[in-house]
Write a protein that binds this ligand. Structure first.
Ligand code: GTP
Ligand code: MG
Length: 234
């Protein structure tokens, strides 16, 4: 099994709230309600590890989940019902970020998240993959273009202290009824794909790999795990 155990570690609101950088990690970013927390649950085979909501703005911190650490009962550090572990050979962190662009989040809060994200993407040395989640039905929005712009400015800059890979994940592909037949649920419309490529080009993020997923049907799980292994292997 790829995932033996996962537990919530901490919710960070600034760099000093992040756990010790002692293993690889991957981050899930994207606009509010795109399905970040749902995907984290699907990938880790959990129903409610990361909290999900119909209402945008559910995730309010940088939530750290440890995958495949060893339960360390001696430490007796309990978070909810879970026991924090110690690092195992193939352990890594998944970081679920607050969503972008939710109107009801106050401007001050948004600015704080945005600044934290800049600093995080630039300086977190153990960051291996940045997953940007985009809704498969509607393709990249204004908000997504802003995220790409941010990532494009950081990736490959002299300030960047990691060699994080940038990967696009299309979410909710099960709902992509217009273009996908039941025979081929992973098919995303040409117009979404083209728009995605245009937006990538305009924001200088290179041509990132695109993975089509559904948290509902578990489509794309193995493909995303190929990237998660990049974080687990160091
Ligand atoms: P924030 O934390 O607010 O940024 O949202 P999020 O990106 O974490 O989204 P979340 O996982 O909470 O999901 C938002 C809504 O989309 C929920 O109602 C989910 O049930 C739904 N959803 C997420 N993934 C899928 C999917 O693959 N298919 C379908 N049909 N619905 C999904
Ligand atoms: Mg969330």
């Amino acid at each position: 099994a790829l995932v033996r155990r996962t537990c919530f570690v901490t919710g960070a609101v600034g760099m000093d709230g992040c756990p010790e950088a002692d293993r690889g990690e991957v981050a899930f970013i994207g606009r509010s309600n795109v399905g970040k927390s749902s995907l984290v649950n699907m990938l880790t085979n959990r129903k409610s590890l990361a909290f999900i909501s119909k209402t945008p703005g559910k995730t309010q911190q940088f939530n750290y989940f440890a995958v495949n650490d060893k339960p360390d009962l001696a430490r007796q550090i309990r978070y909810g019902d879970e026991v924090l572990g110690s690092k195992d050979r193939d352990s890594f962190y998944i970081v679920d970020l607050p969503g972008f662009g939710f109107a009801k989040v106050p401007q001050k809060q948004r600015q704080e998240w945005s600044d934290f994200m800049d600093e995080y993407l630039t300086t977190r040395e153990t960051l291996r993959v940045i997953f940007h989640l985009v809704d498969a039905r509607i393709g990249p929005t204004e908000e997504d273009a802003k995220i790409m712009h941010k990532v494009g400015a950081i990736i490959g800059s002299k300030q960047q202290r990691n060699h994080a890979k940038y990967v696009i994940i299309l979410t909710k592909a099960d709902k992509n009824v217009k273009s996908a037949s039941s025979k081929n649920p992973g098919k995303v419309s040409e117009s979404v794909r083209n728009k995605l490529c245009e937006t990538m080009k305009a924001n200088k993020v290179g041509y990132a790999p695109i993975v089509v997923t559904s948290a509902e049907t578990r489509l794309g799980r193995d493909e995303v795990w190929r990237y998660l292994r990049l974080a687990a292997e160091q």
